[in-house]
Design a protein around this ligand. Structure first.
Ligand code: HEC
Length: 110
């Protein structure tokens, strides 16, 4: 493969990656997102199933919906210092955060 061909292949790959990420961003904008159950399942490794932590990491199951949203938003902006949560919070849109908080709080309101 000559240099020109290699360059074309690289540019083609870069464009495809760009096109795919642009599509997922617009999916956010249209309000399409994974179900809240699927989104919060990412939290359970550290915070315990349904946020009912058995270990040293804060439990989420006792927090009301708006507290979860506030903390996530503050982690995301960096207003609330953290070791890991700022990076995790940045992975979610505001509507995903709201949906997760609503789901967790409702499931734990017993
Ligand atoms: C890798 C482990 C890990 C994962 C995964 C994780 N967290 Fe956390 N979470 C932490 C730690 C550790 C803290 C304490 C703050 C810090 O140092 O980051 C915390 C703190 C929090 C707090 C603040 C609790 C309080 O009472 O102050 C909330 C809310 C929270 N996490 C929500 C979530 C949500 C929602 C998810 C899933 C999207 C999630 N976390 C995923 C480790 C994790």
């Amino acid at each position: 493969m000559g240099l020109k061909t290699t360059l074309k292949v690289c540019l083609g790959t870069a464009f495809t990656v760009f096109a795919i990420s642009a599509t997922s961003v617009s999916a956010h904008a249209e309000g399409k997102m994974a179900s809240p159950q699927l989104l919060v399942s990412n939290c359970f490794n550290c915070h315990g199933y349904m946020g009912d932590s058995a270990g040293v990491i804060d439990e989420l199951s006792s927090l009301p919906e708006r507290r979860i949203v506030k903390k996530m938003v503050d982690f995301k902006s960096g207003e609330k210092p953290s070791t890991i949560m700022s990076r995790i919070a940045k992975g979610y849109s505001d509507s995903e955060i709201e949906a997760m908080a609503k789901y967790l709080a409702a499931a734990n309101a017993k």
